[in-house]
Design a protein around this ligand. Structure first.
Ligand SMILES: [Zn+2]
Length: 407
């Protein structure tokens, strides 16, 4: 096939043999390569705390690895908005960024990340990171969030079910997406799903629906590790019911398998300077993700953490491999997760996620067939974003100065 682009859009996709090269067109020979829609990572954090060097490095590795858009799931939006503008207009090489403003209960704001992502502003009062309680004027809070350029409210932690529902309704009324954690402490997974968010993040959180006692605050997660036994056969009835409801309501699961593996890798490498043992193992998260897949839940591909500094490829490649090798997805479904479903999660499916006439010219060219071997996503030769080419041979590896102390 031949893909004809004009400006930043796909004009047509036609058999190469019958192509009448338009006058003045520049021909790029990709004979024998495999063309895919640009990849989309449904879970990144690019600015907690803001660190321009680091963020630009992650964005460069993403783009030259085929990632043409990301969801930013809570950060210092002052920094993210500028990075988003620069990559959108092509001043720096990076994916498009669709970001959320974060809402959480007041008791969450002792978390040091909230201070790191709103320096100079009293924690909980920044428009992009707001403490919410029963007295909050929610219409005003959502409007303030919208003014930051956010396309969504991320419902993070320490909120009861009725407030989660009210926030979701108000965000939707004002045209924003609702990206919720699967457990909002004390709001349960069922209460979160009943608030009808567009996406829920972190498969492991959903398991809290099927246990006897659950933490009432985000800070107490580690005190409630989830026993994997009731989930071992991928047929836990409580989870099946939850997944069926998600499928019926088209609520996307932002599974983030990669982050569970990242925590375990960090702990194995340097136990002293690592986070505590997680509430949910990677094995359990992947098993639950497999059950969700069996119930045909829409699953997006997000990583919530970055690949190690010496990895020349973005973490999303690993998430795609986990979806195939551990969750049991077909390669085609894993690719759909990392393209169309992630585009839907970001609310951008009209413009990206598939190769179609009229959509943005966001295209990945691979040297091998990913349907034969999913690791072919690393055999990338060219990324096209908004019609601009980023050949893999131009990729500049990460430097120590860029990642110092962060990866
Ligand atoms: Zn996150």
């Amino acid at each position: 096939m031949a893909i004809v682009t004009r400006g930043d859009r796909i004009e047509s996709i036609v058999p190469a043999a019958g192509l009448q090269t338009p006058a003045g067109a520049k021909v790029v020979n990709v004979k024998g390569k495999f063309a895919l829609p640009g990849f989309i990572n449904s879970h990144e954090h690019l600015a907690t705390p803001p660190d321009r060097k680091f963020a630009e490095a992650m964005m460069r590795r993403d783009l030259y690895g085929g990632v043409t858009a990301v969801r930013d799931m809570g950060d210092d939006i002052r920094a993210v908005a500028e990075l988003a503008r620069e990559s959108l207009v092509g001043e720096i090489p990076g994916p498009d960024i669709y970001f959320a403003a974060l809402f959480a209960g007041r008791s969450f704001f002792d978390d040091p990340r909230t201070a790191a992502a709103s320096q100079g502003v009293a924690p909980g009062t920044a428009p992009w990171m707001q403490a919410i309680d029963d007295h909050t004027d929610l219409a005003n809070a959502v409007t303030l969030a919208k003014g930051t350029g956010a396309v969504a409210i991320k419902i993070y932690a320490n909120l009861p079910g009725d407030l989660v529902a009210k926030i979701a309704a108000e965000a939707h009324r004002q045209g924003l997406k609702v990206w919720a954690h699967g457990m909002v402490f004390p709001a349960t997974p069922q209460e979160v799903i009943d608030a009808r968010p567009d996406t829920v993040s972190h498969t492991g959180y959903l398991a809290y629906q099927a246990v006897e006692s659950r933490p009432q605050r985000y800070q107490d997660r580690e005190k409630f590790p989830i026993d994997p036994h009731p989930f071992a056969n991928r047929d836990n009835p409580v989870m099946s019911a939850l997944f069926d409801t998600m499928r019926e309501r088209k609520i996307i699961l932002d599974a983030t398998n990669y982050v569970y593996e990242t925590v375990e890798r960090m702990r194995a490498k340097d136990p002293k300077n690592s986070p505590p043992p997680p509430y949910c193992s990677s094995q359990l998260a992947e098993l639950l993700c497999a059950q969700a897949y069996k119930h045909r839940v829409l699953i997006s591909a997000g990583t919530d953490s970055f690949a190690p500094a010496d990895d020349p490829f973005p973490a999303l490649d690993s998430e795609i491999e986990i979806l195939v090798h551990k969750v049991g997805m077909t390669p085609m479904d894993a690719i759909r997760s990392a393209t169309l479903i992630s585009a839907m999660a970001a609310g951008q499916e009209k413009d990206m996620g598939t190769l179609e006439t009229g959509k943005l010219a966001n295209i990945v060219f691979l040297d091998a067939d990913p349907l034969q071997d999913i690791s072919a996503t690393r055999k990338i030769v060219l990324t096209v974003k908004r019609g601009v080419q980023y050949p893999r041979k131009d990729y500049r590896p990460l430097t120590k100065a860029e990642t110092a102390g962060r990866l």
